[in-house]
Design a protein around this ligand. Structure first.
Ligand SMILES: Cc1cc2nc3c(=O)[nH]c(=O)nc-3n(C[C@H](O)[C@H](O)[C@H](O)COP(=O)(O)OP(=O)(O)OC[C@H]3O[C@@H](n4cnc5c(N)ncnc54)[C@H](O)[C@@H]3O)c2cc1C
Length: 482
């Protein structure tokens, strides 16, 4: 029987997508969000006139977002204009060599024998893109738009499966002769918190997509994605409750029956979709006696992603770096050094200037800078005092100040504790599950508890806004039995 009355925990991209999909089918949907605004990790905040991201920084694979919007009956290009970031990334190596990665396969080496090395890199890029592009297309246009199934992967991508053995570092060594170019290409996936030799080779599709399409920013910033989803959900009659944390998912007789809010109110429902992570759902939102053994084990063994400290600066001066995102990096095999705390002076770091493609995110003539700096993963969340935050951030800002003039008007520092408490990210781990998590370590959309469904970035391979939207659609489809 089709449920008539569904509640959703969490108003990020996945919760809003699930809500839209259900509301379009005539289901009555109530969505409960702990924060005072919707959008979760795909939202922005205005701080002293500067628009800072609360998580996601760019749209990496625009075609996948187009597919996700289309699945919700939305025309992405009409509702959410994207601005292309033509020069997504530049990497500066220790000897001063600079390697710039542009879209449409444009690359450049500035340094010793720059012209001949550029020509070699260009040729190697062409070969690498033609090797991986067919697989990228299969994933974007087919596999990622359906609930993941091993049988489907084999039937659609069997020709390419031998390529998927090994890690990203092995593939870069096979395909690129210049060690400095390898370092620059490896840096593209450092946002995962993993060095290239621990990054699944599959993530090379992120590099291929960057070289093909560049990166994109929605007009108005990343928060525009969620604003479109929120407007649609409300127009379809979806009920939104912000500043309303859910304390418990009520399970009675082995079935999800609704929610208990932190304010003590009970909300009855025919079914529940939780977009809090699988870890939070089964370790905090459900009475331990009602948690199925298989889910208990999955929580205990969940490989969490890295933690980080985010530093966001609002500047009164305008920065014009070589690319949207700039890395100061060592060679590929030493890049673990950028992912670990660097006591004393910071040598290796990355920064992004979203105002480069979108000046309107800062007051006229100003800029925004975003940096993530490595932290001690073993430091308990409670150890993130204001002093520890400030000291860690100051070291990263000092490193940046050696290269860029910084007239700082405002800054926001987000520690792992802030991610855990303010953004509700389990353990402060930025992506929930590690990008290296295997499909069997993900959480299922259809749980062993009747009437309880999961969506969000712990249910889906990959960890981006578009895949989160899809996860909401998949949970909603499973719920209404499509
Ligand atoms: C720092 C960072 C950078 C990123 N960069 C990119 C990027 O550049 N590009 C990209 O595509 N993706 C990026 N991502 C990933 C992307 O932002 C996420 O995959 C996506 O936004 C997740 O959406 P979601 O709905 O699954 O989860 P969330 O956005 O986390 O939404 C879940 C919501 O549930 C709410 N919630 C949790 N528990 C409760 C409760 N008990 N009661 C009520 N509400 C609750 C939370 O407050 C939150 O709003 C980044 C993520 C982070 C953190």
């Amino acid at each position: 029987m089709k449920p008539n009355n569904v509640v959703i925990v969490g108003g990020g991209a996945s919760g809003l997508a699930a809500g839209i999909h259900l509301a379009r089918q005539g289901v009555r949907v109530k969505l409960f969000e702990a924060r005072d605004t919707l959008g979760g990790c795909c939202s922005t905040s205005n701080v002293d006139g500067y628009t800072f991201n609360n998580g996601a920084m760019f749209v990496a694979v625009p075609r996948l977002l187009d597919h996700a919007f289309a699945r919700l009956g939305l025309d992405r290009s009409a509702l959410l204009p994207l601005r292309r970031i033509a020069t997504p990334q530049a990497s500066v190596l220790p000897d001063g060599t600079k390697i710039t990665l542009g879209d449409r396969h444009r690359v450049r080496v500035d340094g010793e024998r720059g012209d001949s090395r550029t020509a070699t890199l260009q040729a190697e890029i062409e070969r690498c893109v033609s090797k991986w592009n067919p697989l990228l297309k299969i994933f974007i246009d087919d596999l990622l738009t359906q609930p993941m199934s091993i049988a489907r992967v084999i039937s659609k991508a069997w020709r390419h499966l031998p390529k998927l053995r090994g890690n990203f570092a092995d593939e870069l060594k096979r395909s690129f002769s210049d060690p400095q170019a390898r370092a620059a290409l490896a840096a593209v996936t450092l946002y995962t918190g993993l060095p290239a030799d621990r990054t699944p080779v599959f993530l090379i599709v992120g590099l291929i997509s960057l070289l093909e399409d560049g990166l994109h920013l929605p007009e108005g910033g990343m928060g525009s994605v969620s604003r479109v989803l929120e407007t649609t959900f409300r127009q379809l009659g979806g009920e939104v409750h912000t500043s309303t944390p859910v304390a418990r998912i009520r399970i009675e007789g082995g079935r999800a029956r609704g929610l208990t809010l932190e304010n003590g109110e009970d909300i009855a429902a025919d079914a529940v979709i939780s977009t809090a992570s699988g870890m939070s759902t089964f370790s905090r939102l459900i009475e331990p006696a009602n948690v199925p053994r298989a889910m208990q084990r999955r929580v205990q063994r969940a490989p969490l992603s890295h933690r980080t400290l985010s530093i966001q600066l609002g500047l009164t001066n305008s920065l014009q770096p070589a690319a949207h995102s700039v890395n100061h990096i060592p060679l590929m095999d030493e890049q673990q050094r950028l992912l670990a705390p660097q006591p004393g002076r910071i040598e290796w770091f990355n920064y992004t200037v979203p105002t480069q493609p979108m000046p309107e995110l800062a007051p006229s003539g100003g800029s925004i800078v975003e940096m993530f700096t490595a932290v001690d993963e073993h430091l308990p969340l409670d150890a993130w005092s204001e002093e520890t935050k400030a000291a860690t951030a100051d070291a990263a800002i000092a490193a940046l100040a050696r290269y860029q003039p910084l007239a700082i008007a405002t800054k926001r520092i987000t520690s792992p504790k802030d991610y855990a408490e303010g953004m509700h990210l389990f353990g402060g781990a930025v992506y929930g599950l590690s990008p290296a998590a295997r499909p069997d370590q993900q959480f299922p959309h259809v749980t062993p508890v009747d009437g309880l469904y999961l969506a969000g970035q712990t249910t889906y391979p990959g960890f981006g806004v578009a895949t989160s939207v899809f996860s909401g659609v998949f949970a909603a489809e499973a719920l209404i039995g499509q």
